[in-house]
Design a protein around this ligand. Structure first.
Ligand code: AMP
Ligand code: MG
Length: 358
């Protein structure tokens, strides 16, 4: 009898140890946190929205603030995932033409995406998903679809056909919504707002390359970011920003090489249904809001340089750095003084885009 009780005790201890280990692992899966006590700096890392996210915040309340920001990002991922059967987007995509009620933040993101699609004259196309799938970018089983297949799929593409009234969204049967080109930027805005609401005045968020800065560095100097070289994957130069967002789009992020030896990127030109070939290697946008940066970086990449410059001249509520396929840099006047090329790239030609050019 005693032996039996002891055995139960041993079993209970082993079970408790296993549960603790599992609990610890789950906690680790949600976030990895590191602290630098001397500077009151806390950094957390997590994987959400299909990307690695790193957030660094300074100050006494940084830990709580970051934990709240993480919760927000995970909540948004659950709303906007295309594949999660519990998400708002999934519900809209599987409604067979029926109206669907969505969360307030989903409704805001969608109405912003539709407005940007309109302003970008369709270069941003939140219903491009079926075409993207045909190229295998959603499954990683890449292939080059036939022209007939693309023509057929493009019949189900067209942001103008989405009906939205406040928090109710209706898609025609066969259409699919994907807010991947704008969602990370908007998520960055909302996470930064959570940090600010927690009293944080200095933080840097990196959502898979989408950068969102809260204030300046704790010493009051601007944040210094490396701008990625789209050709080598290294850095091209350093960009200084304060309290702004920076987002880059480029075909180097996700692509495949076809049997024909051609490079096919994940950003689709909605007019052709093929990966965009606009002559740009990357488009970087700097502005106050991450959502604007995200929507525009994708749109300008699709538009190509001439249309991107025209768009900037008409709007001017953002700055941009465009890198052409032949290795030239075009940047807008307002960012010229805050971007410095690395010395070993000093042979690259830099053009400053002025107000009245073109
Ligand atoms: P980004 O990395 O922000 O430029 O967004 C690219 C992602 O948006 C792709 O991986 C696709 O999921 C989706 N996408 C591709 N082409 C377009 C497009 N023309 N308009 C909107 N979303 C797109
Ligand atoms: Mg984008």
């Amino acid at each position: 009898m005693r032996k039996c009780r002891n055995r139960h005790l041993v079993c209970a201890c082993i079970l408790a140890a296993v549960l603790c280990l599992i609990g610890g692992c789950l906690l680790f899966a949600k976030f990895k946190c590191s602290r630098d006590a001397s500077s009151n700096q806390i950094t957390t890392e997590l994987f959400a929205m299909d990307t690695y996210i790193t957030m660094t915040a300074y100050g006494r309340d940084a830990e709580t603030a970051l934990s709240d920001a993480e919760d927000k990002l995970i909540e948004l991922e659950q709303l906007w995932s295309v594949t999660d059967p519990d998400s708002d987007i999934y519900a809209v995509n599987h409604s067979d033409g029926q109206p669907v009620s969505v969360n307030e933040e989903t409704a805001e993101l969608l109405s912003f995406a539709l407005q940007m699609a309109e302003e970008a004259n369709g270069a941003l196309e939140p219903t491009i998903y079926p075409v993207l799938t045909a190229w295998g970018f959603t499954t990683e089983e890449n292939r080059v679809p036939s022209d007939a297949e693309i023509t057929e799929l493009l019949k189900n593409v067209g942001y103008e056909r989405i009906r939205q009234e406040d928090m109710t969204v209706q898609l025609e049967s066969g259409m699919m919504l994907d807010l991947g080109a704008v969602g990370k930027g908007y998520a960055g805005d909302l996470a930064a707002q959570v940090l600010k609401d927690n009293g944080i005045t200095s933080a840097l968020l990196d959502l898979g390359g989408n950068i969102q800065a809260v204030g300046t560095k704790p010493d009051g100097s601007p944040w210094r970011l490396g701008l990625r070289d789209p050709f080598s994957g290294g850095t091209l130069g350093v960009l200084e920003i304060s309290n702004q967002a920076v987002v880059t789009s480029g075909a180097y992020e996700r692509y495949f090489i076809g049997e024909d030896g051609k490079h096919y990127g994940h950003i689709i030109d909605p007019t052709t249904g093929h990966p965009a070939e606009s002559g740009l290697a990357s488009a970087t946008v700097i502005a106050d809001e991450g959502r604007l940066c995200d929507a525009l970086s994708t749109s300008l990449y699709v538009m190509g340089m001439e249309h991107a410059i025209e768009y900037w001249q008409q709007h001017q509520n953002f700055e941009m750095i465009l890198i052409t396929e032949n290795g030239e840099i075009y940047l807008t006047d307002g960012v010229a003084d805050s971007f410095v090329l690395d010395s070993y790239h000093s042979n690259m030609t830099v053009h400053v885009i002025q107000d009245e050019e073109i």
